[in-house]
Design a protein around this ligand. Structure first.
Ligand code: SF4
Ligand code: SF4
Length: 112
């Protein structure tokens, strides 16, 4: 399940907002525009990892436990090297980051 977005790593690009098939995120608006999105509907997360794979700044973390929130802290995620770990595990290296748009898997799952 989606656990957290790092407000210091996040650049507010909103790619995760657009790509999440379950509409879990809420983009910042008003004076906060450009800031990290909110995890507004955490319980709707399907643990598909699309957001983690596509985040260009390795700024969010999805835990493999699909049923419960672990509550892991950002410092612990960073210390364990978990930011970007799923992206690296599927072979999307920094050298291939510009090719991420080639994956259209999220369209199969999107409710809209
Ligand atoms: S994709 Fe990453 S950098 Fe962009 S808004 Fe989401 S968490 Fe922030
Ligand atoms: S893991 Fe999938 S369902 Fe959960 S927030 Fe990320 S994109 Fe949305």
């Amino acid at each position: 399940m989606i656990e957290l977005i790092s407000p210091t790593r996040c650049t507010g690009c909103n790619i995760c907002v657009a790509i999440c098939p379950m509409d879990v995120f809420q983009a910042a608006s008003g004076q906060a525009k450009g800031a990290a999105p909110a995890i507004a509907r955490q319980s709707d997360c399907q643990t598909c990892f699309l957001c983690e794979a596509h985040c260009p700044d390795d700024a969010l973390y999805v835990a493999p436990d699909a049923e419960t929130v672990t509550g892991i802290a950002e410092e612990a995620v960073a210390a364990a090297g978990l930011f970007g770990s799923y992206r690296r595990a599927i072979g999307w290296s920094d050298g291939h980051r510009d090719n991420r748009s080639a994956d259209q898997t999220f369209r199969l799952l999107a409710p809209h």
